[in-house]
Design a protein around this ligand. Sequence first.
Ligand code: FES
Length: 151
Amino acid sequence: MTAAWNPERARAIIDTHRGLRGALLPILHALQDEFGYVDPAATPLLAGALNLSQADVHGVIGFYHEFRHSHPGRHVVKVCVAEACQARGAESLVEYLQTKLGIGLGGTTGDGEFTLEAVYCLGNCALGPAAQVDGRLLGRLSPARMDEVLA
Ligand code: FES
């Protein structure tokens, strides 16, 4: 369960990590862990704290696709689309999930129940297609197995 966006809490997280070398990425991860996404309002806070331009911060957030820009659904489904999983049918699994949930990759269902995301290798290559559902690693997934998991 993630907290609602809170600028005071965000400032505290930034202050905790700002002394680290290459602090921006660890801070972005910490903010996403706390709030479930990186709120656009974090950009000026980060720029000020790390002496960067807002454009630089914005560019980094946009470059790394693991950072979300809005609050995720209650359940986050991350499907591996890297090579080994693709060779084992990840593409058709993604298509199945997009149709079933009625959303594209990076989307969240209208009821806020599911967010669907692509990831690039979960370290479960021998058991592809692989996915992570709410942090739980799953392998050898088929549409039927996915239905069971999502139910
Ligand atoms: S390629 Fe999918 S888990 Fe490694």
